[in-house]
Design a binder for this molecule. Structure first.
Ligand SMILES: Nc1ncnc2c1ncn2[C@@H]1O[C@H](COP(=O)(O)OP(=O)(O)OP(=O)(O)O)[C@@H](O)[C@H]1O
Length: 617
């Protein structure tokens, strides 16, 4: 009985059965009585006298030996199985590694892109923290009293579409207001139309003929059109009209207003837009029928006390850079209690990671529903999608591909060795008469170029983020007035600045982001005139930037120099899709190599509430 208790079961466990069964080594069960008989027979065959020996003891010894044998078999079997599993795991692993290495060729990049896009998607909505906290979500656009003339209202939708096709305007959104081909049909006050005519602004440009009716209707808008195509008028005029209507209903007194704000990424651009607003308001007020409208320039680097006379009256329009505007709002120099118009010029720049939080803070000062307008020449798909989520029934008005170069600019790309650049620059300046702008990414280089040109007797001014506000203003003023022939500039002057008839833009050092290039060459070829842009590249220019440039030249139907055409797109070799980067709009790379993403991450790490190097604050 004892021995039976200690003995291990001879018959294998069901699990082992199963395994044995699987590989065909199944042993049939032998009853205990039969086994005892067999054992005794074996003992007697060995010549052992069963009566003399303690049979029970012998039997136990034999059982133990058999048990040990059986255990050894099970152990070996287990080891064999484990080894097989290990081998299998190794095989799976190496199969996966092989698949992964195959993926590099086609899917890996897309997988990585999807991951980055997912991360970008998780960015918070652009709505202010206050709106988000209160859970406020406006569903309907702002109501305005403006209506298109009856004959346009009665036009068939197909006719509207025909007009859009004629002007290469793409639209997206619900209930899109009709395009209007003439200023006179937009119900703009006659003194303004008259003033525009005096400036040879007779017919609206495509972005204006669709953008203005959309904005006049109170709709949120994303307006994308190439550099120099008249976006400023498209977003200033609706604000002037809104302010006019409010003022005429009930005149503003001290402490009231503004009705709306225009946000710009640089002081110079804000200043230029402010001057436009003031000119158009003054043109309006020339007719005694219309009241004067007050505008305030709110930028870093200037004393706000100089404008105290504006603050002592009712305030209609504020043109600002984000930092100074937040400062003024926090100090309660004015409020947004009645503000219902927020426009962002160069909006992609405003809402990319650098200014995103500032924009949110500004939005949190609004007390009521607002109309939001975003305009730019470059607006990568991801920024469009992100912005769209934060707008109310927005209308997208797109003239040409977002980020495409202005076709009125002749783009010349030249290979110039680093050490030869300065000398070649002088030669290059002979291509056209002045005025000429030279762009460099590096502030020290801007200073060096100006110094060199001055030494060579060229009347040159320089502007970059480290110059004082006076120096910057002097540079812009003297260049605009024609007193100086050449302006050497860092990126600060590249976005939105509208100089008279620039003949030639020279890009001394190619920017990493192709969007910056598009803005820089866009300082020429404005308002229907043509211009030249010469860009120096060399081995310091990254291959990816060169690829972006190559595709942009091809898209614009420009000549591609041999050293650019020989650069192959690695994505093509890997069989990857050649669609443009959704983050920066560059056509020569995917999202995983986006230079803007790197920059954005860098900027996010730096505290952007400190003085903006480009002078935004
Ligand atoms: N309808 C028009 N007809 C002719 N010229 C116009 C018209 N509208 C604006 N302009 C002129 O075109 C020039 C460029 O306009 P604006 O500065 O608004 O361009 P933009 O689209 O904002 O360019 P950017 O993207 O570089 O900021 C200005 O000098 C402006 O006076």
């Amino acid at each position: 009985m004892d021995s039976i208790k200690r003995r291990r079961p001879r018959s294998p466990s069901p699990a082992i059965y199963k395994l044995d069964d699987e590989d065909g080594s199944y042993e049939p069960y032998v009853p205990i009585a039969q086994r005892r008989q067999e054992k005794l027979a074996r003992l007697s065959s060995l010549g052992v006298n069963g009566e003399k020996l303690n049979v029970k003891k012998l039997q136990e010894e034999l059982d133990e030996r058999e048990d040990a044998q059986r255990e050894e078999e099970i152990r070996r079997e287990k080891a064999r199985k484990e080894r097989t599993l290990l081998l299998e795991a190794q095989e799976v692993h190496s199969r996966k590694a092989a698949e992964d290495s195959k993926k590099t060729a086609n899917e890996k990049a897309e997988e990585a892109d999807a991951e980055i896009l997912e991360a970008i998607k998780s960015r918070r909505k652009l709505a202010s923290d206050m709106e988000l906290a209160k859970g406020i979500q406006y569903m309907e656009p702002l109501k305005t009293s403006w209506r298109p003339p009856r004959y346009i209202r009665e036009r068939k939708p197909e006719e509207d579409n025909r007009l859009r096709e004629k002007y290469h305007i793409l639209v997206e959104g619900d209930d899109i207001p009709p395009p209007i081909e003439h200023f006179s049909d937009m119900k703009i006050p006659e003194p303004i139309v008259e003033h525009l005519r005096s400036k040879r602004i007779v017919n609206p440009t495509p972005i204006q003929l669709q953008g203005i009716p959309v904005a006049f209707s109170g709709r949120d808008i994303i307006g994308i059109a190439f550099t120099g195509s008249g976006k400023t008028l498209a977003f200033c005029l609706p604000l002037i009209m809104m302010a006019l209507e409010e003022e005429m209903k009930l005149p503003f007194i001290r402490g009231e207003g503004p009705v709306g704000i225009i946000l710009c990424p640089s002081r110079e651009l804000a200043n230029q837009t402010y001057e436009n607003v003031v000119t158009w308001c003054a043109a309006l007020a020339k007719d005694a029928k219309y009241p004067p409208l007050n505008a305030l320039l709110c930028i870093g680097g200037i004393s706000m006390n100089d404008q105290s006379h504006v603050l002592s009256k009712g305030l209609h329009i504020v043109v600002a850079t984000p930092g100074r505007l937040i400062d003024m709002l926090e100090k309660k120099r004015f409020t947004f209690n009645n503000c219902k118009y927020l426009c962002m010029d160069e909006a992609d720049r405003m809402i990319d990671l650098g200014f995103e939080d500032d924009v949110r803070t500004i939005m949190s000062f609004f007390k009521n529903q607002r109309q939001t307008l975003l305009f730019s020449a470059t607006m990568p798909k991801k920024i469009q999608d992100f912005a769209r989520e934060s707008l109310i029934k927005p209308v997208l008005v797109n003239v040409g591909r977002a980020g495409a170069a202005n076709l009125d600019v002749l783009q010349v790309v030249e290979y110039v060795k680093q050490e030869a650049k300065m000398v070649y620059l002088l030669e290059c300046l002979q291509k056209t008469p002045p005025p000429v702008i030279i762009f460099s990414e590096n502030k020290n280089e801007v200073d060096d170029i100006q110094e060199y040109l001055l030494l060579k007797g060229v009347e040159a001014v320089a502007i970059h983020g480290s110059k004082s506000q006076e120096e910057r203003q002097y540079a812009i003023k003297s260049f605009k007035s024609g007193a100086k022939d050449v302006m050497v500039a860092s990126g600060v002057a590249s976005k939105g600045l509208d100089f008279n008839d620039i003949q030639h833009v020279i890009i001394f050092s190619m920017p990493k982001e192709i969007e910056d290039y598009v803005h820089q060459i866009g300082r020429t070829g404005r308002s229907g005139k043509t211009g030249i842009a010469t860009t120096f590249v060399n081995m310091n220019t990254s291959e990816q930037t060169l690829l972006d440039l190559k595709y942009l030249l091809i898209e614009a139907g420009q000549k591609v120099p041999p050293f650019l055409s020989t650069i192959d797109d690695p994505r093509a070799a890997q069989g990857n899709s050649l669609t443009g980067c959704p983050v920066c709009g560059g056509l020569g790379h995917g999202i995983s190599n986006c230079p803007k993403l790197e920059d954005a991450q860098r900027r996010q790490m730096a505290s952007h509430r400190t003085v903006d190097a480009e002078g935004g604050y």
